[in-house]
Design a protein around this ligand. Structure first.
Ligand SMILES: *[C@@H]1O[C@H](CO)[C@@H](O)[C@H](O)[C@H]1NC(C)=O
Ligand SMILES: *[C@@H]1O[C@H](CO)[C@@H](O)[C@H](O)[C@H]1NC(C)=O
Ligand SMILES: *[C@@H]1O[C@H](CO)[C@@H](O)[C@H](O)[C@H]1NC(C)=O
Length: 476
């Protein structure tokens, strides 16, 4: 899709020489062009996912289902330690909530949101069974009271939950892919996290579970009868050091249905605002209070009548570094080279946020504000932003898988056609779990990406044009 706009690749760029040069400078784009134009098996360097084994069943069934070597997409080794799972250590100091009750009431007025219940239910969703609100947070939120971090994972990624929660300090809605025997390990992991780590897990995290109708676990306890005894906390966390070949998903060569997970987690969020993210992306502290205070104030550019979402800048830090606690610390790390913009080494163009340079040199201030209002056009036409949005925003296409890449592109197209304003926030950001990603060839994944490319071009893009229409400058 990269260069298959309606005008075709060549026409689109002939009158934009400097733009071409800029684009060609990005290695990933060069590779992608070669890939697209020659239709060879040249691996697509562009690693579009922020992380996580975010994937989904690409038009299920039609694909040869061999599994990817997921190790190729893992981070460089992080020093092994379970310390971060223990709440007492490493705790980020959180400033007490500055959001007053009246500010929260303002949020309710401005958003005119409706409250939602956390109802457990079993429901089919395409080729999947979903156990919605299977393990519920004990604390319920009204729609204006907070922001929900919505995410997806399998149990091998659950070591991220406690560090994420320490920084977020708000509701989390997580959809876990747990086919076959992965289900049991997933329940054990949830039990461990609830009983043996931070009490915030029980209080704030709601877990949903889903699996293909072809890979239903042998036994699925009722939602009110899952954890009958408390977990033995002296045993090793079930999600530690999981080797992917021991997982049911890998043994059965399943793809990771990333967008089913993303959508399940998003739809079940109780709050009006949500940060739909990947579990390895840790937010800067205090975003919730600061963001809601900004919404309550409701001054320009928020008064704009356009649809809006609030993207966050994303960074990565070396394996031996601490995740920065605030923008000042981040800027210091950027200047020393111990932090870099996300995927700078894989594909600089993929996650670049408009006015990125200016953002990186702008001093930290109190609160959060809109730094710049951008659009997903021009240099940013293939941007896959991670943003704070609401229930009103389009969901993700569930035919796309993590392995097939480009899994957020179709949502991006819809946002562009609907002329969304991308209101980039100034003092808030995301940092990937320490460890800088490097590119490794993966012919299997390159093949799947080729198929995704075709699926999007031949089937999904024409659908989107019918459903959302077209707008000059927008592409998938
Ligand atoms: C808990 O697990 C530890 C380590 O595996 C074991 O030594 C201990 O006996 C277990 N305790 C109980 C009550 O099962
Ligand atoms: C995980 O594996 C590493 C070596 O690969 C080992 O040093 C560490 O103790 C293991 N951690 C746990 C909790 O088993
Ligand atoms: C940023 O975080 C560092 C480390 O926690 C702290 O020393 C510093 O005071 C913080 N700066 C601001 C402006 O909050």
């Amino acid at each position: 899709m990269w260069f298959y706009g309606e005008n075709g690749p060549i026409k689109m760029y002939t009158n934009r020489k400097s733009f071409i040069l800029k684009l060609l400078a990005a290695t990933c784009v060069v590779y992608l062009c070669i890939h697209v134009l020659t239709n060879t098996a040249v691996p697509v360097i562009r690693e579009m996912q922020e992380s996580g084994r975010n994937l989904a069943a690409l038009g299920s069934g039609n694909l040869d289902n061999s599994v990817l070597d997921e190790e190729n997409f893992k981070l460089l080794p992080v020093p092994e330690s379970t310390d971060h799972l223990l709440p007492a250590k490493n705790e980020v100091k959180i400033i007490p909530s500055a959001t007053t009750l009246s500010a929260l009431n303002e949020v309710r007025e401005v958003t005119r949101c409706t409250d939602r219940q956390l109802e457990p239910k079993i429901q089919q969703r395409g080729d999947y069974w979903v156990l919605y609100n299977y393990v519920r947070a004990t604390k319920s939120h009204k729609c204006h009271e907070s922001i929900t971090y919505t995410t997806h994972a399998d149990y091998s990624f659950m070591d991220n939950l406690v560090p994420l929660l320490e920084r977020w300090q708000g509701p989390i809605s997580i959809a876990l892919h747990a086919p076959g025997t992965d289900f049991e390990n997933t329940l054990e992991s949830i039990a461990y996290l609830r009983d043996c780590t931070s009490p915030k897990v029980k209080e704030l995290v709601t877990f949903h579970i889903y699996f293909s109708t072809k890979h239903v676990p042998k036994e699925v306890p009722k939602h009110d009868n899952i954890f009958t005894e408390s977990y033995n906390c002296s045993s090793v966390p079930p999600f530690m050091n999981v080797s992917s070949e021991n997982m049911y998903k890998a043994q059965k060569k399943l793809l990771y249905p990333v967008n089913v997970g993303r959508n399940v987690a998003r739809e079940t969020a109780q709050t009006n605002f949500m940060l739909a993210s990947d579990i390895e992306l840790y937010p800067s502290p205090n975003i919730i209070e600061k963001f809601l205070a900004m919404i309550a104030e409701n001054t320009d550019p928020l008064l704009s009548k356009e649809h809006k979402v609030f993207p966050l800048h994303i960074f990565e830090v070396s394996a031996n570094q601490q995740v920065p606690d605030n923008k000042t610390m981040l800027m210091d790390m950027l200047s020393k080279g111990t932090a870099i913009p996300f995927h700078k080494k894989l594909c600089p163009g993929c996650h670049t946020v408009p006015k990125a340079k200016e953002w990186q040199t702008a001093k930290e201030t109190a609160g959060v504000h809109v730094f710049h209002v951008g659009k997903r056009t021009g240099y940013y036409v293939h941007w896959e932003p991670i943003f704070i949005g609401s229930h009103a925003d389009p969901l993700y296409d569930e035919r796309l898988s993590w392995e097939g890449k480009m899994d957020k592109m179709t949502q991006g197209y819809a946002l562009c056609v609907m002329d969304y304003d991308f209101m980039i926030l100034d003092n808030a950001f995301l940092v990937h779990k320490p460890g800088i990603k490097i590119y490794k060839k993966d012919p299997r994944r390159a093949m799947l990406a080729g198929k995704t490319h075709q699926l999007i071009n031949k089937i999904i893009y024409p659908e989107l044009k019918v459903l959302y229409g077209v707008r000059k400058g927008c592409a998938v």
